[in-house]
Ligand binder design. Structure first.
Ligand code: AGP
Length: 608
């Protein structure tokens, strides 16, 4: 999704604006631009494609000034062209916009009736045009902004500059995040997320819905949605550049796959007691002893983490669980029991559908839990009980370490609730906790599989359709493995419940179709093997992923065998995710795709 950077300084800002955009590249984009005020003129550089395409324009036009705004655009309305790139400008106003203005057509028509015509195909440009109209009709820039915001329907995070007001930078948000950064020596910053301000800001202030921030070099003034002056908490920001560097790795995704032992350890440490014999949770806003049903809502990989948790919560805690895709849940609006519990999983904490689903559940009187990786994100600030993951910034669009840390929190929650409800004994609790505490080393051991995954990936890269099969929690890992592969290698892949093969998908099987089998040696193993033998009998090219005992239990042909350590109910999803992450990564490398920023994708889907 789009990214915003703004800087108000006593020194030239263009270079740091571009550097800030580069720290946001991971979010996914298809054009970029910057605008500054210089010699009482608004000056702008925009380019289609990568940020590096701005360099020529910046060098040629000597664009610089001590106040500026910048943007990476992920096209929603209008093609990804230079003309549609932000900043959008009139002679006196420049803006950058994240979000979607739903009523932009009506606003365009009103402008046309005034003889004012937009030059781009975007929804965002109407904001710059209306600010220009109200600038002439208002006693202050703040008044002009509030008049404009009153006309907008939809979501926005905005950075705004007025040509004739070079000492102020304005930022406002509704439905899309925006942070204010304060520098050490009289500089002020705007960022659509904290990473944009890494290495720039020393303190961060997150705006609330409807807030308008008026920034000078050394002062922040905030008006709330009722146009009343207000304060928002500020906190120290230690985000340095090292968090957003690949280090020795070729891609962020590979780095983040290898960070999993550490971030799983860090996340488990936040929820396992010192002696690793019990679980510690912050104060819950509901009685854990009486929870009888949990609704889990998320998107993409986070949704698959929810599917894994369904098995754990139902099997061990005997709690009924419904798992829903946020974009379906938010419009189906299922009846929810008053004071029931809903759980929202989101790496970014900004996914529009998940946020909207949360708002519905809250309005229905649900107690809401959030499992979130980005501190102070919109969802982290909205839920009753934020349970943070500690994966650190996840830059690769394809989620890996965040998924593993989500599973950590979900496993801890399942065990905690099972014990609170008396479904497991103290001895069981200790055994489960000990099991979880083996995960960092077990994952470390599994990462050594990379060579066998590279070999398999070379073959997968030649195919057009791949099937992932599993049962129980491994069905969720089959879905996750298929998503990983398709989103970065662009090969069609499908995750399926192995027991469903005979109900249709077995018709797909022939010698051109690889079948990736997630086969922990558990109570479903024999049933799974009989499904796979039926596929192998039809020349399906089986990649059999199991532990040593399991490998001996599968006798039919296999294109390849990947052997992982022995696992349990709680550790299997973590361990079987590693080979499917690696298969996806190395297949994409073979295909030569943009592994960290796959086409058409964004790291955080902040628009629906
Ligand atoms: C996963 O690899 C994808 N990048 C995507 O499915 C992602 O999981 C989904 O958009 C949800 O994002 P969130 O966890 O930030 O809400």
């Amino acid at each position: 999704m789009c990214g915003i950077v703004g800087i108000l300084s006593h020194q030239p800002v263009a270079k740091r604006l571009v550097e800030g955009l580069k720290r946001l590249e991971y979010r996914g984009y298809d054009s970029a631009g910057i605008a500054v005020i210089n010699d009482n003129q608004l000056k702008r550089c925009r380019a289609q494609g990568k940020i590096v395409n701005l360099d020529d324009c910046l060098a040629h036009d000597h664009i610089d000034g001590t106040i500026g705004i910048a943007h990476t655009r992920w096209a929603t309305h209008g093609l990804p062209t230079e003309e549609n790139a932000h900043p959008h400008m009139t002679e006196t106003v420049a803006i950058v916009h994240n979000g979607i203005i739903e009523n932009h057509t009506a606003l365009r028509d009103e402008l046309s009736a005034k003889g004012i015509h937009c030059t781009s195909q975007t929804d965002s440009e109407v904001i710059a045009q209306w600010l220009t109209v109200f600038e002439k009709e208002s006693d202050s820039y703040v008044e002009a902004i509030f008049k404009t915001l009153a006309k907008l329907e939809g979501a926005y995070a905005l950075g705004i500059m007025f040509r004739d007001d070079p000492t102020h930078l304005y930022g406002t948000r509704k439905g899309s995040p925006l942070a204010i950064g304060q520098g050490s020596n009289g500089e002020m910053f705007l960022g659509s997320d904290a990473l944009a301000l890494a290495g720039l800001a020393e303190n961060l202030t997150y705006l609330e819905e409807g807030d308008l921030a008026v920034l000078t070099k050394d002062h922040i003034e905030i008006f709330d949605k009722n146009q009343k002056q207000t304060q928002r908490p500020s906190q120290h920001y230690a985000g340095g550049f090292e968090q957003v560097s690949k280090g020795p790795y070729r891609h962020f995704m590979l780095k983040e796959i290898y960070e999993q032992p550490d971030v799983v350890r860090q996340t488990l440490n936040a929820y396992l007691s010192e002696d690793k014999k019990s679980i510690v949770f912050p104060e819950l806003s509901f009685d854990p002893k009486t929870v009888s049903k949990i609704t889990i809502v998320a998107c993409g990989t986070s949704y698959y983490a929810g599917l894994v948790a369904k098995h754990w919560l139902e099997k061990v805690a005997r709690i009924s669980v419904e798992v829903d895709i946020a974009s379906e849940f938010r419009y189906r609006q299922p009846p929810l029991s008053k004071d029931g519990v809903s759980l929202f999983i989101s790496q970014s904490g900004e996914t529009a559908d998940t946020m909207a689903a949360h708002a519905y559940a809250k309005a229905e009187g649900q107690q809401t839990i959030g499992i979130i990786n980005v501190p102070n994100s919109s969802l982290a600030r909205a839920v009753n009980v934020p349970l943070m993951t500690y994966a650190g910034p996840e830059i690769g669009v394809a989620s890996t370490k965040a998924f593993s840390t989500q599973l950590c929190v979900l496993a801890a929650l399942s065990i905690y609730l099972a014990h609170q409800k008396g479904m497991i004994t103290d001895a069981d609790l200790e055994a489960y906790c000990q099991d979880l505490s083996t995960l960092p080393n077990l994952i470390e051991k599994t990462l050594s599989l990379s060579d066998s995954c590279k070999d398999v990936a070379e073959e997968l890269a030649k195919t057009r359709d791949i099937l992932y099969l599993g049962r129980g929690t491994s069905y969720a890992i089959a879905l996750e493995g298929a998503l990983k592969l398709k989103e970065i290698s662009y090969i069609h892949a499908e995750g399926y419940a192995a027991g469903e093969m005979k109900h249709g998908p077995i018709a797909l099987i022939d010698e051109t179709v690889p079948i990736i089998v997630i086969a922990p040696h558990d109570e479903l193993f024999e049933k799974l093997v009989s499904n796979i033998e039926e596929a192998a009998a039809r020349k399906g090219q089986v990649v059999f992923i199991s532990d040593e005992v399991g490998q001996k239990g599968y006798h039919s042909q296999a294109m390849a065998r990947v052997t992982v350590p022995e696992t349990s109910l709680f550790t299997a999803p973590f361990i079987y995710t590693i080979p499917v992450q690696m298969l996806a990564y190395y297949t994409a490398v073979h295909k030569g795709t943009d592994v960290d920023q796959p086409r058409n994708l964004a790291k955080s889907v902040t628009v629906e």
